[in-house]
Design a protein around this ligand. Structure first.
Ligand code: AMP
Ligand code: ZN
Length: 467
């Protein structure tokens, strides 16, 4: 499997630190508002990376934070005259609802910055002791000159950065030793949330959060670190400077960054009025369509959001879901053995498609190509006639289609059962039992229970109710 590493700017073979395990960290949103569809791109993409790694058999420890202390949150709290935690808690809950709608699985751990302040103070203290940081009037700065490889991830040269910054100096910045130095701890301002620290009451800078949470939940070294490409500089550059100065080891092996989502070929921004929250999209579409749309392009290509592309995504997803539903509904019509004159050889075709799907995903998670292969699989499955395929082969087609779909977060749609359908199935189950076909009887019970139908065997026959 190959991954494009921002650090080396090449595709590299993926070798985890520990065989069979992957430790990955993805920078999460700042929770001051409903998330927008740009934020959804890394959530959906990295969830797919995780799913594919699990498909390959890795045990994945996936950590993604919520930044719940920040200027924007404080501003919003002041506007509403509430505590900052009211704002952040509200939008963490809303974000989780959006994630569930997009079928983004919860991370192994979702740490919150405000619950990790002690760890941040510890790390800042270590950085000061090692000479990588200094305090001036209650503010602690990172001394970028001291970290020799500063600028390696972003390809920026420290001298250029400094001369570029010099003209941008704002009041208060003169106290820095160097214009490129960044804040690790800042003193509190009136009305802001604060914590006690060796440098007085204040709050941490943004970059230190991720270094601390990554270390606490994943260890000093991790396999994959991800986020949107806007985070390469300064956020990820600074995370490396902090973490590596403390541990003396390489922080993350593979740095992955998704390109931006634009709207109508323009940068999404509030001032241009082309800005959508995930919630606004949910009013018009099932959020699984948004997910499918995001995966229809390679993650390192900019992606343009438009009504036409969403319609195309909706149709494409429906085609796959309809095929999955047919594969499950028609299974009962398959004979034990395929008829003698059946020419179809589903298993060979299936193996070929599965290999091609894996090749696409192994090539730096090319979800666009993987989706094309899934379409081919669907097309092939639709040509199969249940009466001409053995039950075992049909099940193999169905299982492969479900397995590959699941990597992309696509599932068989839940079809509401009508009362008549339920009763017909119960009758079929009774007949199967009478014929001692317990396999089929169990299958029907399972199918009904998956759809929330509970069966109860009583003296007067089978009773059922919706859960
Ligand atoms: P933020 O809440 O701004 O820190 O962003 C959370 C995540 O969303 C980060 O990984 C950003 O890089 C990513 N992100 C923000 N805007 C966009 C966009 N328009 N397209 C793709 N990713 C974005
Ligand atoms: Zn981060």
């Amino acid at each position: 499997m190959k991954i494009f590493n921002t650090l080396s700017r090449t595709k590299e073979e993926f070798v985890p630190l520990e065989a069979g395990k992957v430790r990955m960290y993805v920078c999460g949103p700042t929770v001051y508002n409903l998330i927008h569809i740009g934020n959804a791109r890394p959530m959906i993409f990295f969830d797919t990376v995780r799913r594919y790694l699990e498909y390959k058999g890795y045990e994945v420890n996936y950590v993604s934070n919520f930044t719940d202390v920040d200027d924007k949150i404080i501003k919003r709290a002041m506007e509403e005259a509430v505590d900052a935690s009211v704002i952040s808690e509200r939008y963490i809950e809303e974000c989780k609802k959006d994630m569930a709608g997009m079928d983004v699985r919860p991370a192994t751990t979702h740490p919150k910055a405000t619950e990790e302040i002690d760890g941040m103070i510890d790390m800042i203290r270590t950085l000061i002791e090692k000479g990588y940081a200094y305090e001036v009037n209650g503010t602690v700065y990172y001394r970028v000159r001291r970290f020799r490889t500063y600028g390696r991830l972003s390809g920026k040269n420290l001298d250029d950065l400094i001369s570029g910054n010099r003209t941008l100096l704002v009041t208060g910045e003169e106290e820095k030793e160097n214009p490129g130095d960044f804040v690790l701890w800042k003193p509190k301002k009136e009305g802001e949330p604060y914590w006690e620290s060796p440098w007085g009451q204040g709050r941490p800078g943004w970059h230190i959060e991720c270094s601390v949470m990554s270390k606490k939940y994943l260890g000093e070294q991790i396999d994959i670190h991800g986020g949107g490409e806007d985070l390469i500089f300064p956020h990820h550059e600074n995370e490396i400077a902090q973490s590596e100065a403390v541990s003396g080891k390489t922080f993350a092996r593979y740095w992955m960054h998704n390109a931006f989502l634009n709207i109508d070929n323009r940068k999404m921004s509030k001032s241009l009025g082309n800005f959508f929250t995930v919630r606004e999209i949910a009013a018009k579409y099932d959020l699984k369509v948004l997910r499918f749309f995001m995966l229809s392009a390679h993650y390192r290509s900019p992606l343009n959001f438009s009504a036409e592309l969403m319609e195309a995504a909706k149709n494409g997803l429906e085609r796959i879901e309809t095929a999955l539903l047919r594969l499950s509904e028609e299974a009962g019509k398959c004979p034990e053995q395929a008829p003698a004159d059946a020419a179809e050889k589903p298993l060979e075709m299936l193996q070929q498609l599965k290999t091609r799907f894996e090749e696409a995903m192994d090539d730096d998670f090319n979800t666009a190509d993987a989706i094309s292969v899934l379409f081919e699989l669907v097309k092939f499955a639709n040509t199969l006639e249940p009466s001409r395929v053995s039950r075992a082969d049909w099940d193999a087609v169905r299982e492969t289609a479900l397995l590959l779909s699941d990597v992309l977060g696509i599932r068989e749609p839940v079809k509401e059962l009508l009362d008549a359908d339920i009763e017909a199935l119960i009758e079929e189950r009774q007949a199967a039992r009478k014929a001692k076909n317990y396999g089929r009887a169990d299958e029907i019970r399972k199918l009904l229970s998956e759809k929330g139908i509970l069966l109860e065997d009583t003296r007067d026959g089978v009773k059922w109710k919706r859960a």
